[in-house]
Design a protein around this ligand. Structure first.
Ligand code: GDP
Ligand code: ZN
Length: 461
Protein backbone atom coordinates (compact mmCIF):
# COMPACT_ATOMS: atom_id res chain seq x y z
CA UNK A 1 0.00 0.00 0.00
CA UNK A 2 1.27 3.43 -0.92
CA UNK A 3 1.80 5.73 2.03
CA UNK A 4 0.93 9.33 1.28
CA UNK A 5 2.24 12.46 2.93
CA UNK A 6 0.03 14.27 5.42
CA UNK A 7 0.09 17.77 6.89
CA UNK A 8 -1.77 19.77 9.52
CA UNK A 9 -1.44 22.72 11.83
CA UNK A 10 -0.20 21.60 15.19
CA UNK A 11 0.45 23.77 18.20
CA UNK A 12 2.80 22.45 20.83
CA UNK A 13 1.24 21.51 24.17
CA UNK A 14 0.98 24.44 26.51
CA UNK A 15 2.09 26.99 23.95
CA UNK A 16 -0.44 28.77 21.84
CA UNK A 17 1.64 31.61 20.45
CA UNK A 18 3.50 29.89 17.65
CA UNK A 19 1.89 27.76 15.04
CA UNK A 20 3.53 24.71 13.57
CA UNK A 21 2.74 23.10 10.27
CA UNK A 22 3.70 19.48 10.60
CA UNK A 23 4.30 17.27 7.56
CA UNK A 24 4.83 13.52 7.72
CA UNK A 25 5.43 10.97 4.99
CA UNK A 26 7.84 10.00 2.20
CA UNK A 27 7.38 13.31 0.32
CA UNK A 28 7.76 15.57 3.36
CA UNK A 29 11.27 16.83 2.62
CA UNK A 30 10.67 17.03 -1.11
CA UNK A 31 7.63 19.23 -0.51
CA UNK A 32 9.41 21.65 1.80
CA UNK A 33 12.27 22.02 -0.68
CA UNK A 34 9.83 23.37 -3.28
CA UNK A 35 8.64 26.19 -1.02
CA UNK A 36 11.54 26.92 1.35
CA UNK A 37 14.35 29.39 0.75
CA UNK A 38 17.34 29.50 3.05
CA UNK A 39 19.80 32.41 2.97
CA UNK A 40 22.55 29.96 2.04
CA UNK A 41 20.35 28.42 -0.68
CA UNK A 42 20.91 24.93 0.69
CA UNK A 43 18.41 22.21 -0.04
CA UNK A 44 16.86 20.42 2.90
CA UNK A 45 17.27 17.08 1.06
CA UNK A 46 20.97 17.44 1.81
CA UNK A 47 20.92 18.46 5.47
CA UNK A 48 21.50 16.10 8.36
CA UNK A 49 18.57 14.64 10.23
CA UNK A 50 17.28 16.40 13.35
CA UNK A 51 18.50 19.84 12.39
CA UNK A 52 16.72 23.21 12.36
CA UNK A 53 17.00 25.74 9.57
CA UNK A 54 16.15 29.41 9.31
CA UNK A 55 14.60 30.76 6.12
CA UNK A 56 11.42 31.84 4.33
CA UNK A 57 8.39 30.12 2.92
CA UNK A 58 7.97 31.19 -0.65
CA UNK A 59 5.05 30.80 -3.03
CA UNK A 60 6.65 29.87 -6.39
CA UNK A 61 3.48 30.50 -8.38
CA UNK A 62 2.85 33.99 -6.99
CA UNK A 63 6.60 34.55 -6.62
CA UNK A 64 6.04 35.93 -3.18
CA UNK A 65 7.59 35.43 0.24
CA UNK A 66 4.94 34.38 2.72
CA UNK A 67 6.49 33.88 6.11
CA UNK A 68 9.72 33.85 8.05
CA UNK A 69 10.17 30.39 9.54
CA UNK A 70 12.33 27.83 11.31
CA UNK A 71 12.13 24.40 9.72
CA UNK A 72 13.00 21.17 11.53
CA UNK A 73 13.99 18.22 9.41
CA UNK A 74 13.70 14.78 10.97
CA UNK A 75 14.27 11.67 8.94
CA UNK A 76 12.72 8.26 9.48
CA UNK A 77 12.82 6.20 11.56
CA UNK A 78 13.74 8.29 14.61
CA UNK A 79 10.63 10.44 14.49
CA UNK A 80 7.25 10.43 16.16
CA UNK A 81 5.55 8.79 13.18
CA UNK A 82 8.66 6.84 12.13
CA UNK A 83 8.30 8.58 8.77
CA UNK A 84 10.18 11.61 7.46
CA UNK A 85 8.84 14.59 9.40
CA UNK A 86 9.18 18.28 8.68
CA UNK A 87 7.95 20.92 11.09
CA UNK A 88 7.57 24.50 9.97
CA UNK A 89 7.54 26.89 12.93
CA UNK A 90 5.70 30.05 11.98
CA UNK A 91 5.61 32.89 14.46
CA UNK A 92 2.96 34.84 12.59
CA UNK A 93 -0.70 34.60 13.46
CA UNK A 94 -3.20 31.98 12.46
CA UNK A 95 -3.62 33.51 9.02
CA UNK A 96 0.00 33.05 7.98
CA UNK A 97 0.14 29.54 9.43
CA UNK A 98 -2.88 28.76 7.29
CA UNK A 99 -1.24 30.14 4.18
CA UNK A 100 1.83 27.99 4.80
CA UNK A 101 -0.39 24.94 5.21
CA UNK A 102 -2.23 25.74 1.97
CA UNK A 103 1.09 25.89 0.12
CA UNK A 104 2.19 22.57 1.59
CA UNK A 105 -1.12 21.07 0.45
CA UNK A 106 -0.80 22.36 -3.11
CA UNK A 107 2.68 20.86 -3.28
CA UNK A 108 1.75 17.27 -2.68
CA UNK A 109 0.59 16.72 0.88
CA UNK A 110 -2.93 15.85 1.94
CA UNK A 111 -4.61 17.31 5.01
CA UNK A 112 -4.27 14.94 7.96
CA UNK A 113 -7.34 13.48 9.58
CA UNK A 114 -7.72 14.13 13.32
CA UNK A 115 -5.22 11.98 15.18
CA UNK A 116 -3.59 10.70 12.01
CA UNK A 117 -0.04 11.51 13.12
CA UNK A 118 -0.61 9.59 16.33
CA UNK A 119 -2.26 6.79 14.37
CA UNK A 120 0.81 6.49 12.15
CA UNK A 121 3.03 6.44 15.23
CA UNK A 122 0.92 3.56 16.52
CA UNK A 123 0.73 1.67 13.22
CA UNK A 124 4.48 2.02 12.71
CA UNK A 125 5.14 0.62 16.15
CA UNK A 126 6.46 3.82 17.68
CA UNK A 127 3.88 3.81 20.49
CA UNK A 128 1.29 1.35 21.69
CA UNK A 129 -2.41 1.98 21.94
CA UNK A 130 -2.50 2.96 25.60
CA UNK A 131 0.23 5.49 24.91
CA UNK A 132 -1.72 6.88 21.97
CA UNK A 133 -4.72 7.27 24.24
CA UNK A 134 -2.50 9.02 26.78
CA UNK A 135 -1.74 11.66 24.16
CA UNK A 136 -5.44 12.31 23.90
CA UNK A 137 -5.71 12.57 27.71
CA UNK A 138 -2.80 14.99 27.80
CA UNK A 139 -4.57 17.29 25.40
CA UNK A 140 -7.68 17.18 27.54
CA UNK A 141 -5.99 17.26 30.95
CA UNK A 142 -7.50 19.84 33.26
CA UNK A 143 -5.11 19.70 36.20
CA UNK A 144 -1.43 19.04 36.81
CA UNK A 145 -2.23 15.67 38.35
CA UNK A 146 -4.29 14.55 35.39
CA UNK A 147 -1.41 15.62 33.20
CA UNK A 148 1.16 13.74 35.29
CA UNK A 149 -0.99 10.65 35.01
CA UNK A 150 -1.30 10.97 31.25
CA UNK A 151 2.46 11.43 30.96
CA UNK A 152 3.00 8.34 33.09
CA UNK A 153 0.81 6.39 30.71
CA UNK A 154 2.56 7.95 27.76
CA UNK A 155 5.87 6.77 29.16
CA UNK A 156 4.36 3.33 29.02
CA UNK A 157 3.84 2.60 32.70
CA UNK A 158 0.51 0.90 32.16
CA UNK A 159 1.86 -0.85 29.07
CA UNK A 160 4.79 -2.24 31.05
CA UNK A 161 2.50 -3.60 33.72
CA UNK A 162 0.19 -5.21 31.18
CA UNK A 163 3.09 -6.64 29.21
CA UNK A 164 4.53 -8.22 32.33
CA UNK A 165 1.19 -9.83 33.19
CA UNK A 166 0.84 -11.16 29.66
CA UNK A 167 4.36 -12.55 29.78
CA UNK A 168 3.57 -14.40 33.01
CA UNK A 169 0.43 -15.85 31.45
CA UNK A 170 2.30 -16.85 28.33
CA UNK A 171 4.97 -18.66 30.33
CA UNK A 172 2.48 -20.70 32.26
CA UNK A 173 0.52 -21.48 29.08
CA UNK A 174 3.73 -22.64 27.40
CA UNK A 175 4.62 -24.74 30.41
CA UNK A 176 1.21 -26.38 30.34
CA UNK A 177 1.59 -27.04 26.63
CA UNK A 178 4.75 -28.98 27.45
CA UNK A 179 3.02 -30.90 30.20
CA UNK A 180 0.17 -31.84 27.89
CA UNK A 181 2.66 -33.08 25.31
CA UNK A 182 4.30 -35.37 27.83
CA UNK A 183 1.39 -36.88 29.72
CA UNK A 184 3.46 -39.96 30.57
CA UNK A 185 5.12 -38.00 33.39
CA UNK A 186 3.71 -38.63 36.79
CA UNK A 187 1.43 -36.10 38.41
CA UNK A 188 1.29 -33.92 35.34
CA UNK A 189 -2.37 -33.18 35.78
CA UNK A 190 -1.92 -32.23 39.40
CA UNK A 191 1.18 -30.10 38.78
CA UNK A 192 -0.52 -28.25 35.98
CA UNK A 193 -3.48 -27.41 38.13
CA UNK A 194 -1.21 -26.13 40.85
CA UNK A 195 0.82 -24.05 38.42
CA UNK A 196 -2.31 -22.63 36.82
CA UNK A 197 -3.87 -21.79 40.13
CA UNK A 198 -0.81 -19.93 41.39
CA UNK A 199 -0.52 -17.86 38.24
CA UNK A 200 -4.24 -17.20 37.95
CA UNK A 201 -4.41 -15.96 41.54
CA UNK A 202 -1.47 -13.66 40.93
CA UNK A 203 -2.87 -12.25 37.69
CA UNK A 204 -6.25 -11.82 39.32
CA UNK A 205 -4.83 -9.77 42.20
CA UNK A 206 -2.81 -7.59 39.81
CA UNK A 207 -5.88 -6.87 37.68
CA UNK A 208 -7.86 -6.06 40.80
CA UNK A 209 -5.16 -3.63 41.92
CA UNK A 210 -5.30 -1.86 38.58
CA UNK A 211 -9.08 -1.67 38.76
CA UNK A 212 -8.87 -0.16 42.24
CA UNK A 213 -6.96 2.76 40.79
CA UNK A 214 -9.71 3.29 38.26
CA UNK A 215 -11.87 5.39 40.55
CA UNK A 216 -9.02 7.76 41.29
CA UNK A 217 -8.03 7.72 37.64
CA UNK A 218 -11.53 8.73 36.63
CA UNK A 219 -11.46 11.56 39.15
CA UNK A 220 -8.17 12.83 37.79
CA UNK A 221 -9.39 12.61 34.28
CA UNK A 222 -12.94 13.87 34.52
CA UNK A 223 -13.04 15.74 37.79
CA UNK A 224 -15.13 14.92 40.85
CA UNK A 225 -18.71 15.32 39.76
CA UNK A 226 -19.99 17.63 42.44
CA UNK A 227 -23.62 18.57 42.62
CA UNK A 228 -24.82 21.54 44.62
CA UNK A 229 -28.33 20.89 45.86
CA UNK A 230 -30.75 22.68 48.14
CA UNK A 231 -34.07 24.45 48.16
CA UNK A 232 -34.52 27.48 45.91
CA UNK A 233 -32.83 30.59 47.28
CA UNK A 234 -30.45 28.92 49.73
CA UNK A 235 -27.50 30.25 47.70
CA UNK A 236 -26.53 27.45 45.29
CA UNK A 237 -25.72 29.69 42.37
CA UNK A 238 -23.97 32.15 44.67
CA UNK A 239 -21.72 29.37 45.98
CA UNK A 240 -20.99 28.13 42.49
CA UNK A 241 -20.08 31.66 41.48
CA UNK A 242 -17.85 32.09 44.45
CA UNK A 243 -16.02 28.90 43.48
CA UNK A 244 -15.66 29.97 39.92
CA UNK A 245 -15.01 33.67 40.66
CA UNK A 246 -17.03 34.53 37.63
CA UNK A 247 -20.66 35.36 37.15
CA UNK A 248 -21.71 32.66 34.78
CA UNK A 249 -24.74 31.29 36.60
CA UNK A 250 -27.71 33.60 36.97
CA UNK A 251 -28.16 34.81 40.53
CA UNK A 252 -31.56 36.21 41.42
CA UNK A 253 -33.96 36.75 44.31
CA UNK A 254 -36.85 34.98 42.59
CA UNK A 255 -36.96 31.33 43.75
CA UNK A 256 -36.40 28.72 41.06
CA UNK A 257 -34.86 30.86 38.34
CA UNK A 258 -31.80 28.74 37.77
CA UNK A 259 -33.67 26.61 35.28
CA UNK A 260 -31.01 24.56 33.63
CA UNK A 261 -28.05 22.56 34.79
CA UNK A 262 -24.86 24.57 34.81
CA UNK A 263 -21.41 22.98 34.79
CA UNK A 264 -18.12 24.55 35.76
CA UNK A 265 -14.65 23.13 36.27
CA UNK A 266 -12.75 24.40 39.26
CA UNK A 267 -9.44 23.40 40.74
CA UNK A 268 -9.69 23.04 44.53
CA UNK A 269 -6.18 22.67 45.96
CA UNK A 270 -5.20 20.44 43.05
CA UNK A 271 -8.40 18.40 43.08
CA UNK A 272 -10.47 18.89 39.94
CA UNK A 273 -14.16 19.49 40.64
CA UNK A 274 -16.77 19.39 37.96
CA UNK A 275 -19.36 21.57 39.66
CA UNK A 276 -22.99 21.20 38.76
CA UNK A 277 -25.71 23.60 39.84
CA UNK A 278 -29.19 22.16 39.58
CA UNK A 279 -32.60 23.62 39.14
CA UNK A 280 -33.62 22.68 42.66
CA UNK A 281 -34.51 19.05 43.09
CA UNK A 282 -38.19 19.15 43.99
CA UNK A 283 -41.59 18.33 42.67
CA UNK A 284 -43.16 21.04 40.59
CA UNK A 285 -46.01 21.60 38.21
CA UNK A 286 -44.12 24.12 36.14
CA UNK A 287 -43.33 22.42 32.80
CA UNK A 288 -40.24 24.42 31.96
CA UNK A 289 -38.82 23.85 35.37
CA UNK A 290 -39.76 20.18 35.25
CA UNK A 291 -37.29 19.55 32.43
CA UNK A 292 -34.60 21.03 34.64
CA UNK A 293 -35.73 18.95 37.58
CA UNK A 294 -35.70 15.71 35.57
CA UNK A 295 -32.16 16.41 34.51
CA UNK A 296 -31.25 17.33 38.06
CA UNK A 297 -32.30 13.93 39.34
CA UNK A 298 -30.29 12.28 36.59
CA UNK A 299 -27.26 14.39 37.49
CA UNK A 300 -27.70 13.55 41.16
CA UNK A 301 -27.60 9.83 40.45
CA UNK A 302 -24.25 10.21 38.70
CA UNK A 303 -22.67 12.50 41.30
CA UNK A 304 -19.46 11.67 43.17
CA UNK A 305 -20.02 14.36 45.80
CA UNK A 306 -23.05 16.32 46.98
CA UNK A 307 -22.84 19.78 48.51
CA UNK A 308 -26.15 20.07 50.31
CA UNK A 309 -26.99 23.68 51.09
CA UNK A 310 -29.24 24.79 53.94
CA UNK A 311 -30.30 28.28 54.97
CA UNK A 312 -29.13 29.33 58.45
CA UNK A 313 -31.81 32.02 58.47
CA UNK A 314 -34.78 29.63 58.17
CA UNK A 315 -35.91 26.57 60.14
CA UNK A 316 -35.54 23.21 58.36
CA UNK A 317 -38.46 22.59 56.02
CA UNK A 318 -40.17 19.44 54.77
CA UNK A 319 -38.27 19.94 51.56
CA UNK A 320 -34.89 19.98 53.32
CA UNK A 321 -35.79 16.76 55.09
CA UNK A 322 -36.90 15.24 51.80
CA UNK A 323 -33.51 16.18 50.32
CA UNK A 324 -31.72 14.47 53.23
CA UNK A 325 -33.56 11.31 52.19
CA UNK A 326 -32.65 11.81 48.54
CA UNK A 327 -28.92 11.84 49.25
CA UNK A 328 -29.06 8.75 51.45
CA UNK A 329 -25.90 6.71 50.96
CA UNK A 330 -24.05 9.32 48.92
CA UNK A 331 -20.87 11.23 49.73
CA UNK A 332 -22.09 14.63 50.90
CA UNK A 333 -21.09 17.70 52.86
CA UNK A 334 -23.83 19.63 54.66
CA UNK A 335 -23.25 23.32 54.01
CA UNK A 336 -25.19 25.81 56.14
CA UNK A 337 -25.19 29.11 54.26
CA UNK A 338 -26.12 32.65 55.23
CA UNK A 339 -24.54 32.58 58.70
CA UNK A 340 -24.26 36.36 58.39
CA UNK A 341 -28.02 36.40 59.05
CA UNK A 342 -29.64 35.52 62.42
CA UNK A 343 -29.70 31.79 63.14
CA UNK A 344 -33.13 30.19 62.86
CA UNK A 345 -32.04 26.69 61.92
CA UNK A 346 -31.69 23.99 64.59
CA UNK A 347 -28.14 22.59 64.49
CA UNK A 348 -28.95 19.62 66.69
CA UNK A 349 -31.55 18.59 64.16
CA UNK A 350 -29.04 18.98 61.32
CA UNK A 351 -26.46 16.90 63.18
CA UNK A 352 -29.01 14.15 63.59
CA UNK A 353 -29.99 14.25 59.92
CA UNK A 354 -26.36 14.44 58.75
CA UNK A 355 -25.55 10.98 60.11
CA UNK A 356 -21.85 11.57 60.61
CA UNK A 357 -21.34 13.62 57.49
CA UNK A 358 -19.32 16.79 57.76
CA UNK A 359 -21.17 20.06 58.44
CA UNK A 360 -19.71 23.45 57.57
CA UNK A 361 -21.04 26.96 58.21
CA UNK A 362 -20.52 29.51 55.48
CA UNK A 363 -21.62 32.89 54.28
CA UNK A 364 -21.13 33.30 50.58
CA UNK A 365 -22.08 36.95 51.00
CA UNK A 366 -19.30 37.67 53.51
CA UNK A 367 -16.91 35.12 52.01
CA UNK A 368 -16.76 33.22 55.32
CA UNK A 369 -16.10 29.48 55.63
CA UNK A 370 -15.50 28.95 51.91
CA UNK A 371 -11.83 28.17 52.47
CA UNK A 372 -12.79 25.68 55.18
CA UNK A 373 -15.23 24.03 52.78
CA UNK A 374 -12.56 23.83 50.09
CA UNK A 375 -10.09 22.22 52.49
CA UNK A 376 -12.79 19.75 53.52
CA UNK A 377 -13.36 18.79 49.90
CA UNK A 378 -9.71 18.42 49.01
CA UNK A 379 -9.04 16.35 52.15
CA UNK A 380 -11.79 13.95 51.14
CA UNK A 381 -10.07 13.16 47.87
CA UNK A 382 -6.43 13.78 48.65
CA UNK A 383 -6.05 11.65 51.77
CA UNK A 384 -3.10 9.57 50.63
CA UNK A 385 -4.81 8.59 47.42
CA UNK A 386 -4.20 11.10 44.71
CA UNK A 387 -0.81 12.03 46.16
CA UNK A 388 0.83 8.74 45.31
CA UNK A 389 2.41 9.77 42.05
CA UNK A 390 4.08 6.43 41.48
CA UNK A 391 0.77 4.62 41.09
CA UNK A 392 -0.37 3.75 37.65
CA UNK A 393 -3.89 5.05 37.42
CA UNK A 394 -6.25 3.44 35.01
CA UNK A 395 -8.54 6.18 33.84
CA UNK A 396 -9.59 5.18 30.37
CA UNK A 397 -13.09 3.68 30.06
CA UNK A 398 -11.94 1.26 27.37
CA UNK A 399 -9.11 0.01 29.58
CA UNK A 400 -11.44 -0.39 32.55
CA UNK A 401 -13.90 -2.35 30.42
CA UNK A 402 -11.18 -4.69 29.19
CA UNK A 403 -9.71 -5.15 32.67
CA UNK A 404 -13.15 -6.10 33.94
CA UNK A 405 -13.52 -8.66 31.17
CA UNK A 406 -10.04 -9.99 31.86
CA UNK A 407 -10.94 -10.31 35.54
CA UNK A 408 -14.06 -12.23 34.56
CA UNK A 409 -12.14 -14.71 32.44
CA UNK A 410 -9.43 -15.23 35.05
CA UNK A 411 -12.21 -15.90 37.57
CA UNK A 412 -13.70 -18.42 35.12
CA UNK A 413 -10.29 -20.06 34.94
CA UNK A 414 -10.06 -20.21 38.73
CA UNK A 415 -13.57 -21.68 38.97
CA UNK A 416 -12.51 -24.32 36.46
CA UNK A 417 -9.40 -25.14 38.45
CA UNK A 418 -11.50 -25.38 41.63
CA UNK A 419 -13.87 -27.86 39.96
CA UNK A 420 -10.93 -29.74 38.44
CA UNK A 421 -12.23 -29.47 34.90
CA UNK A 422 -9.89 -30.73 32.14
CA UNK A 423 -6.82 -28.55 31.78
CA UNK A 424 -7.47 -27.54 28.18
CA UNK A 425 -10.70 -25.82 29.24
CA UNK A 426 -8.87 -23.80 31.86
CA UNK A 427 -6.32 -23.06 29.19
CA UNK A 428 -9.01 -21.44 27.05
CA UNK A 429 -9.94 -18.99 29.82
CA UNK A 430 -6.30 -18.17 30.52
CA UNK A 431 -5.68 -17.54 26.84
CA UNK A 432 -8.71 -15.29 26.73
CA UNK A 433 -7.33 -13.27 29.65
CA UNK A 434 -4.06 -12.94 27.78
CA UNK A 435 -5.90 -11.71 24.67
CA UNK A 436 -8.06 -9.20 26.54
CA UNK A 437 -5.01 -7.70 28.22
CA UNK A 438 -3.43 -7.50 24.80
CA UNK A 439 -6.26 -5.34 23.56
CA UNK A 440 -5.37 -2.68 26.12
CA UNK A 441 -2.01 -2.11 24.53
CA UNK A 442 -3.35 -2.61 21.02
CA UNK A 443 -2.13 -6.09 20.32
CA UNK A 444 -4.96 -8.09 18.81
CA UNK A 445 -7.31 -5.18 18.13
CA UNK A 446 -9.04 -4.80 14.81
CA UNK A 447 -9.02 -1.92 12.33
CA UNK A 448 -12.52 -0.72 13.10
CA UNK A 449 -11.70 -0.01 16.72
CA UNK A 450 -8.44 1.67 15.78
CA UNK A 451 -10.20 3.99 13.35
CA UNK A 452 -12.84 4.83 15.93
CA UNK A 453 -10.28 5.61 18.62
CA UNK A 454 -8.07 7.80 16.49
CA UNK A 455 -10.93 9.79 15.03
CA UNK A 456 -11.44 11.28 18.53
CA UNK A 457 -8.08 13.00 18.53
CA UNK A 458 -7.46 16.65 17.88
CA UNK A 459 -6.35 17.75 14.48
CA UNK A 460 -2.61 18.06 14.12
CA UNK A 461 -1.75 15.51 16.77
P1 GDP B 1 -30.21 29.46 44.67
O1 GDP B 1 -31.63 29.61 44.27
O2 GDP B 1 -30.04 28.39 45.68
O3 GDP B 1 -29.28 29.28 43.51
O4 GDP B 1 -29.81 30.81 45.45
P2 GDP B 1 -29.02 32.07 44.87
O5 GDP B 1 -27.56 31.80 44.80
O6 GDP B 1 -29.72 32.55 43.66
O7 GDP B 1 -29.22 33.08 46.08
C1 GDP B 1 -30.51 33.51 46.50
C2 GDP B 1 -30.38 34.80 47.25
O8 GDP B 1 -29.66 34.64 48.46
C3 GDP B 1 -29.64 35.89 46.49
O9 GDP B 1 -30.29 37.10 46.73
C4 GDP B 1 -28.27 35.89 47.10
O10 GDP B 1 -27.64 37.15 47.01
C5 GDP B 1 -28.59 35.56 48.53
N1 GDP B 1 -27.46 34.96 49.24
C6 GDP B 1 -26.63 33.97 48.81
N2 GDP B 1 -25.71 33.66 49.74
C7 GDP B 1 -25.94 34.49 50.81
C8 GDP B 1 -25.32 34.67 52.09
O11 GDP B 1 -24.33 34.01 52.47
N3 GDP B 1 -25.87 35.60 52.92
C9 GDP B 1 -26.94 36.35 52.55
N4 GDP B 1 -27.39 37.22 53.42
N5 GDP B 1 -27.54 36.22 51.35
C10 GDP B 1 -27.07 35.31 50.49
ZN1 ZN C 1 -8.08 20.26 20.94
Amino acid sequence: MDIDTIAAISTPLGEGAIGIVRISGPEAINIIDQIFQSPSEKKLQEVASHTIHYGHIYDPKEQKTIEEVMVSVMRAPKTFTREDVVEINCHGGLLSVNRVLQLVLTHGARIAEPGEFTKRAFLNGRIDLSQAEAIMDLIRAKTDKAMTNAIGQLEGRLSKKIKRLRQELLEVLAQVEVNIDYPEYDDVEEMTHKLFKEKALYVKSEIEKLLETAKQGKILREGIKTVIIGRPNVGKSSLLNSFVHENKAIVTDIPGTTRDVIEEYVNIHGVPLKLIDTAGIRDTEDVVEKIGVERSRQVLREADLILFLLNNNEPLTEEDIHLFDTIEGMDAIIVVNKVDLPQKIDFNEIKRMARGRKIVKISVKDDKGIEELETMISNMYMAGNLEADDLTYVSNARHIGLLNQALQSINDALDGIGMEVPIDIVQIDMTKTWELLGEIIGESVHDELINKLFSQFCLGK
